[in-house]
Design a protein around this ligand. Structure first.
Ligand code: AMP
Ligand code: ZN
Length: 138
């Protein structure tokens, strides 16, 4: 547990949450300020700041619980789809520094645009960036 982490306090039961699901490694609860009602967060019980700190061997448990909770949200809300998102670091919009997945139910024609897109300056620029990223894989 990390002192002053609001999600650690939810895991510890020190502050209330609309809990949906609890498993050995994760808990899931409704986001207090939903993009769309039913918007939920799946978080590891242990404190890891973001995706890059999550241990690989937690992957199966996290993905399995994300799928399980996602299916339940879709079923309970009557949604036609579900967005899965994760903000990592402040620049990406992360406000709570305890790793978490956002599950957002989506409805045909709900009009929600999650992010805008843009074109690369050129095909060469795109290929050069792909090569740079490939070379950065460790
Ligand atoms: P992020 O910007 O990815 O760090 O998202 C943090 C999310 O946590 C936001 O969508 C908040 O609405 C949500 N949140 C913050 N405090 C609580 C809380 N006490 N219970 C439920 N959700 C919360
Ligand atoms: Zn925490």
């Amino acid at each position: 547990m990390s002192a002053d982490c609001i999600f650690c306090k939810i895991v510890a039961g020190e502050i209330p949450s609309a809990t949906i699901h609890e498993s050995e490694h994760t808990i899931a609860f409704l986001d207090i300020a939903p993009v769309i009602p039913g918007h939920a967060l799946v978080i590891p019980r242990k404190h890891y700041a973001n995706l890059f700190e999550l241990p690989d061997d937690l992957g199966n448990a996290l993905l399995s619980d994300v799928k399980r909770v996602g299916e339940a949200i879709v079923s309970a809300t009557g949604a036609q789809g579900l967005n899965l998102g994760m903000n990592n670091h402040e620049a990406a919009g992360q406000l709570v520094m305890h790793a978490h997945f956002h599950l957002i139910p989506r409805f045909d024609g709900d009009g929600l645009k999650l992010w805008g897109q843009q074109a690369y300056e050129s095909q060469e620029a795109m290929m050069a960036l792909a090569e740079k990223i490939r070379n950065s894989l460790s």
